[in-house]
Write a protein that binds this ligand. Structure first.
Ligand code: URA
Length: 218
């Protein structure tokens, strides 16, 4: 085990011990990041959902499947090429009748998770961050509000000194698929382009050059 892997393992144990105080009988476990610790690209989501809570791994539910599909289409592998994590490390739940639903993480969950997320980023030291959705964007960029239509697809500075690209959360694309399939197709194309751009910036993919021909010149 490399020094970095050992440090990450120690951080995982510390994170689990500290954040298990947030768990209620409704949640199973704290969900730490996973992937290649030496990956040049880190994907950052919001918080685990029900399946992530059960399995103890980030992005293994429906959102994760969409993310993995796009990575695969681009020739990328989630365990080889990226580190995947969340800014909040416990499943935020609310009761609706007898069932448990996912809600946006509250301030207590965000604040308790932040120091561990911060240390995780500093240990991984990726070349680029891809921020999936508004919650990840606000947390990492240190803003109280973001407008996705203004910041999506743009490279932004972060306090980590690592450039970040903001894109949609896959769950937003999935929700849209059920409501407005045409719009969902557009979002998915933009999402794919953003994942590609982030992978290019991280050096995982060669940039696509579009040849410009000077058709009018003699
Ligand atoms: N949504 C997230 O933001 N993170 C996960 O790990 C799963 C779903």
């Amino acid at each position: 085990m490399s020094e970095k892997q050992a440090a990450l393992e120690a951080l995982r144990r510390e994170t689990e011990a500290a954040l298990s105080t947030l768990l209620t009988p409704d949640q199973t476990q704290v969900v730490f990041g996973e992937g290649n610790p030496d990956a040049p690209l880190m994907l950052v989501g919001e918080a685990p959902g029900p399946q992530e809570d059960r399995e103890g791994r980030p992005f293994v539910g429906k959102s994760g499947q969409l993310l993995e599909r796009v990575l695969t289409e681009l020739g990328l592998d989630r365990s080889r090429d990226v580190w995947i994590s969340n800014v909040v490390k416990v499943w935020p739940t609310r009761r609706q009748g007898r069932s448990l639903r996912t809600r946006p993480p509250n301030a207590a969950e965000r604040q308790a998770s932040w120091p561990f997320f911060e240390r995780e980023v500093r240990l991984i030291r990726p070349k680029a961050l891809l921020l999936l959705g508004g919650t990840a964007a606000k947390a990492v960029l240190g803003r109280s509000a973001v407008r996705m239509r203004d910041i999506r697809g743009k490279w932004l500075e972060t306090p980590f000194g690592i450039p970040a690209l903001v894109t949609y959360h896959p769950s937003y694309i999935l929700r849209m698929q059920g409501m407005r399939p045409d719009e969902a197709e557009r979002l998915l194309a933009e999402f794919r382009a953003d994942v590609r751009a982030a992978a290019e910036r991280a050096g995982l993919l060669a940039p696509i050059h579009t040849e410009t021909t000077d058709a009018g010149a003699e």
